[in-house]
Structures are given as C-alpha cells and as structure tokens.
Design a protein around this ligand. Structure first.
Ligand code: GDP
Ligand code: MG
Length: 444
C-alpha cells in the first residue's frame, strides 16, 4: 500500500487572530514537528517551542507544540499541532516551512475528518453530526448535532444491523436443516419475530414528522400579504435591524429577504416577500412569483394585513401549512377588530405594540414543532433514505417469511442490513463520500 500524504492546514479562524492552530496529520507528522519545533513533545502534552524554518534555522515564532501519535489520535494517524500567533505572515511562514518537507501537502476541505472516517474513528452519521456541530447556529441545533456526533443514530443502526445479521444467520442455518422440517420452521418463526420488532423500531424512527431535518434547517416562516401592509417593517422590527428595505411605495421588496433568528435556541428563518399582487412590471412580477413559491413552501405564513384597509384580508388557505393573521398598523386604527381565528394578532410594526407577544407565540410554536418530543434520530435526508430502504426490505422480508419462503426472506434481510451499512458508511459509500466531506471547511 502506498503511504498517504501528510497533510497540514490552518484549523482555526480567519487571520489575523490571537492564536492560530495548524494541524498536521499523516506518516511524516512527527518528522515535520521535529523539523520545526526541534524535538517531539511528550504525547498529548503541550510543549513550548521556538518554531524555526528548517532550511534557514531562523525563528519564525514562539509556539505551543502538541504530538498525538497514531492510532490514538483524532485522525487515527500520527498527528501534530502547532499553536502559533495568528498573524498572516506567521501562518504563511509556517506553511512555507512545512511545504519544503518531503511528503507534505496542504489538506483539502474535510480531509482530516475523512481520514478519521477511513481509519474507523467516526462512522458517517457521526461525521454528519460533526459537520452540523460546526454549522450549528442555535443551542438546540448544537445539542442535536452533538448527539449525532456521539453516535445517537450510528449506534442504534449498528445494533439493528447486528440483530438483522443474527436473524439472517439463524434462518440460513435453518435452510441447511431443511430436511428436518421442525427445526426449519422453528428458526423461521424466531427470526420472523426478531424482524417484526426491528421493522417496528425503524418505523418509529421514521415517523418523526422530519423534526430532525427541520431543526437542522430551521423553521421557515414567510411574511406575506398585500403590498404596503407593513411586511418589511415587521421583519425589521423582529430582526431588530434594517435587514429589509422599507418604503412607502408599494412593490419595493422585489426579492426574498431572509433573516435567521434564534428564538430561545430554536432556529427560525423569517422571509420577507414581495407584496403579492398583479403587476405589469416584469421585475416586480418575478418578485411576486418568488414570494409565492417561498411562501408556499414555508412551514408557517404570517399573513400581514393593513388594519386601515381591512378589505384585503383573504389569507391563503393551504393544507399542511399554518397561517396566522397579523393585523398591522393598529396605531392608525385602534378599533380594528381581529378576525375570528385562533391565531390572530393586532400589532403596530412601527410602534412595536404587540410585536413582542407575536414573537413569544412564534417562539413557543417553534419549540413545539421542532423540539417538544423526544430527540429525533434522523437528522438528514440521506439517513432517512437509507432507513426507508431498510424498512421496505424488512416489510418484504416479513411477507416472504410469513409465506414460508426462507431463501427470499434471508435475501431481503441481507438487503436491509446493507442499507443500514450504507447509513453508517460501512458499505457502498464511495459515491456519497465526496458530497459529505465537501461541506466541511479546510482544516477539519
Ligand atoms: N402607521 C403605521 N405605518 C406603518 C406600520 N407598518 C408599516 N407602516 C408604513 O407602511 C408603509 C409600507 O411599509 P412596508 O413595510 O414597506 O410594507 P410592505 O410593502 O408590506 O413591505 C411604510 O410607509 C411604513 O412606514 C405601522 O404599524 N403603523
Ligand atoms: Mg416590503
């Protein structure tokens, strides 16, 4: 086998910063650290080091050096870390010194994590959790990502896969005894019982209203309604900043503006949409079309109407989508009557009256939709697809097994185990690896 390259990258944030962390991983990591820091520190202990350019021996910086011999390192390979001062010239000089060492090259995005995966340190669901942890914006997203990184789904999938393989082995052994009819039918019954239980557990994991994916992506709330009702003013008020153009002229908001909110730890994406109306202006018409599309796909619509023009109150009625009525500009018409609906609000986007209450109810709604039940096992479409495939193979297995066709039964169990193997990355995943690791930053 060819030796892998030794890779290095800046793993901390964009310079200039106080401290920059440069990581090195691969068979030559130890040589590289010795070349720059003079000697190897004790494993996993920080050592003060003068980092020198190995060619000129000039001191580049004073640093902390760490040494993580494989296989007990994050990547599973020999790995080293230099904590230098986070200036651009310092980092450039360290990189230049590293690049002069044979067998070293800069890492690609996600390459450290990919090596950890390839060396069996992380399964794919944990890799996905790690990516989500890096991108988590809110506390509840962080918790979900950390659970995944700790193997919440991955461990469960391994337990399921092991049980499946046992059930399959049992029935295959039974097939060999098929001249002893009693033995064969007994093992089939036992293995069918196990498969029923597994199908049930996987079915439960899938019946989660996609809470995990929604929490990852955020609850999408579209502010929609007739032009000039005060939609943009409301978005700005909620976002507490001028994220959207507010103007007294109808048709100003032509694109979809989105603001990411953290409501008590729950991620909400608030969309401001162009006023929905018939228009001859092609640019505005495009805005209206986009607004309709986003509003249609949103989880919740805040339908904003002008309390001084109550004629324009027809909110869209869609199945599978909540729609709340927000009567705005009550400062101009305090006597405006709220429509007889469970979720209707009277607010003034300019004075702020009623907005706090609206946000509070929105927050509670987000908590309810995204997180009130037990934590979701499935947090990505890829995981859902693999589990669905396993579930349908198990359904077919149950049909075949019940009809006494042991060989087809065993084959379906094998397919189900394979789908679970794809979920954790044990089998057949070459094609998806590039997609998963591409999402990582360089240095992770
Ligand atoms: N008096 C009053 N005027 C408002 C209120 N909200 C918005 N406006 C005004 O209504 C006009 C249209 O607001 P805008 O947010 O651009 O409406 P949009 O077309 O629905 O996005 C602007 O002149 C705002 O200042 C409100 O609560 N009270
Ligand atoms: Mg607007």
């Amino acid at each position: 086998m060819v030796q892998p390259d030794t890779i290095y990258a800046l793993s901390s944030g964009r310079p200039p910063v106080a401290i920059a962390v440069i990581r090195i991983s691969g068979p030559r990591a130890g040589d590289a650290l010795k070349a720059l820091a003079g000697r190897l520190p004790e494993p996993r202990r920080a050592m003060f080091a003068r980092v020198r350019d190995p060619k000129t021996t000039e001191i580049i910086d004073e640093a902390l050096a760490l040494w993580f011999p494989g296989p007990n390192s994050e990547t599973g390979e020999d790995a080293a870390e230099l904590q230098v001062h986070g200036g651009r010239a310092v980092i450039a000089a360290v990189f230049s010194a590293l690049s002069q060492i044979d067998g070293l090259r800069p890492a690609e995005a996600g390459e450290f994590t990919r090596r950890a995966f390839e060396n069996g340190k992380l399964d794919l669901t944990r890799v996905e959790g790690l990516a989500d942890l890096i991108y988590a914006d809110t506390d509840v997203q962080r918790r979900q990502a950390l659970r995944q990184l700790q193997g919440f789904l991955g461990q469960r999938a391994e337990v399921w896969r092991t049980k499946l393989i046992e059930a399959q082995a049992l029935v295959e052994a039974g097939i060999d005894f098929s001249n002893e009819a009693d033995v064969a039918s007994d093992v089939l019954t036992r293995s069918l019982a196990a498969v029923h239980e597994l199908a049930h557990e996987i079915g439960d994991a899938l019946a989660d209203a996609k809470r995990g994916e929604r929490l990852r992506e955020g609850l999408v709330v579209a502010i929609a309604g007739p032009p000039n009702a005060g939609k943009s003013t409301l978005l700005n008020r909620i976002a507490r900043r001028e994220a959207s153009i507010v103007s007294p002229y109808a048709g100003t908001t032509r694109d979809v503006i989105e603001v990411h909110l953290d409501l008590d730890g729950y991620p909400v994406i608030l969309l401001d949409t162009a006023g929905i109306r018939e228009t001859d202006d092609p640019v505005e018409r495009e805005g209206v079309a986009r607004a309709r599309a986003r509003a249609t796909a949103a989880d919740l619509v805040l339908w904003v109407v002008d309390a001084t023009a109550p004629a324009l109150m027809n909110a869209p009625q869609r199945e599978h989508q909540d729609c709340w009525i927000v009567q705005n500009k009550i400062d101009l018409n305090p006597a405006a009557a709220l429509p007889d609906q469970p979720r209707s609000f009277g607010i003034s986007a300019t004075t702020g009256a009623g907005v706090e209450h609206l946000v509070k109810v929105l927050s509670a709604h987000a908590a309810d939709v995204l997180g009130s039940q037990e934590p979701a096992l499935v947090t990505r479409e890829r995981q859902r697809t693999a589990l669905r495939e396993a579930a349908s193979a198990l359904d077919r297995a149950i049909t075949e097994g019940t009809a006494g066709r042991e060989d087809v039964f065993a084959e379906e169990l094998r397919l189900a185990a394979r789908s679970l193997g794809r979920l954790t990355g044990r089998v057949d995943v070459e094609d998806i690896l590039d997609v998963i690791f591409r999402d990582f930053c360089i240095g992770k």
